[in-house]
Design a binder for this molecule. Structure first.
Ligand SMILES: [Cu+2]
Length: 127
């Protein structure tokens, strides 16, 4: 009887330690700085503010693939373009993942688009 209680107590200790370790791990993994989230075929927000020198974390909240590059959709026509001072962006997301782009070292307005989904544009305002 006493032995069972002891084993139970030890299991609780191990579980508590594991949970605490996980919590610390998650906290360290929370991306710092600005984020822009993506749904299945669009950016959830169409513009994002970034401070000069910062990275921007793009987060794919859906299971859809996205290929994000410099440029914009003009209606259904993709217009690749890289503004002077823009970091070169060419990132593939495969669903439920994220990636940091940048750094954005020049103040200005920069266009990003998804080559797969017409109209999927993001404006990055660097201040
Ligand atoms: Cu897309």
């Amino acid at each position: 009887m006493y032995k069972k209680l002891l084993v139970g107590f030890l299991l609780c200790c191990v579980l508590t330690t594991l949970l605490a370790a996980c919590a610390v791990y998650d906290e360290a993994n929370v991306p710092q700085g600005p984020q822009a989230h993506m749904a299945g075929a669009s950016f959830i927000q169409t513009s994002v503010n970034v401070k000069k020198g910062e990275m921007l974390t793009l987060v794919d909240d859906s299971s859809a693939q996205h290929i994000i590059k410099n440029g914009t959709w003009n209606g259904n026509t993709p217009q690749p373009k890289t503004e002077p001072g823009a970091p070169t962006v060419n990132v593939t997301f495969n669903g439920n993942d994220s990636s940091a782009i940048g750094p954005f070292n020049t103040a200005g307005t920069f266009q990003l688009y998804c080559t797969i989904h017409p109209g999927m544009n993001l404006t990055v305002n660097v201040q």
